[in-house]
Design a protein around this ligand. Structure first.
Ligand code: CU
Length: 132
C-alpha cells in the first residue's frame, strides 16, 4: 500500500516539474522575441552582380549570417536591403559575407577565388555602377 502511494506522489511531482518547464520555456521565447523587435536594423547598400543566380548567391550568403532576418538584392539597382538584429551581428559582417561569396559591395571587394568559381554569366564587371 505504501508503495502505491509513493509512486503516486512521484508521478505527481514529475507532472508538476514538467508543467514548470513548459511555463519557463514560453516566458523565455517571449523575452527573445521582444528583444529582437527592439534591436532590428534595416540596411541598404550597393552590391555588384548580373542575374537571378547572383541574387540567390548573394542572398544566401547574407541569410547565413546569424541575426539576419531578411535579405533582398535588386538586380536592376545593384542594391541589397537587409534586416538584421544588431545585438547578433553588425554591418561589416554582412559586407564580409557577401565579399566571401565573390561579390563586390560598397565597402569590401569580392573574394577573387570565389569570383573565379562563379558561373560565367555571374562574373560581373568590376567597373559596374552599384546602388543605382
Ligand atoms: Cu549571376
Amino acid at each position: 500500500m505504501k508503495k502505491v502511494i509513493l509512486s503516486g506522489a512521484v508521478i505527481a511531482i514529475l507532472g508538476l516539474a514538467s508543467c514548470k518547464n513548459e511555463t519557463k520555456k514560453e516566458t523565455e521565447t517571449a523575452t527573445i522575441e521582444a528583444s529582437n523587435k527592439m534591436a532590428m536594423t534595416n540596411l541598404s547598400f550597393g552590391v555588384r552582380g548580373n542575374c537571378g543566380m547572383c541574387k540567390k548567391t548573394i542572398e544566401n550568403a547574407v541569410n547565413n549570417v546569424e541575426g539576419v532576418t531578411s535579405a533582398n538584392w535588386n538586380v536592376d539597382k545593384k542594391k541589397i536591403d537587409v534586416s538584421f538584429d544588431e545585438t547578433k551581428t553588425d554591418i561589416m559582417s554582412i559586407h564580409n559575407a557577401i565579399a566571401a561569396s565573390g561579390y563586390d559591395t560598397e565597402k569590401v571587394l569580392g573574394d577573387k577565388e570565389a569570383y573565379k568559381n562563379l558561373p560565367g554569366c555571374c562574373q560581373y564587371d568590376h567597373e559596374m555602377k552599384m546602388n543605382q
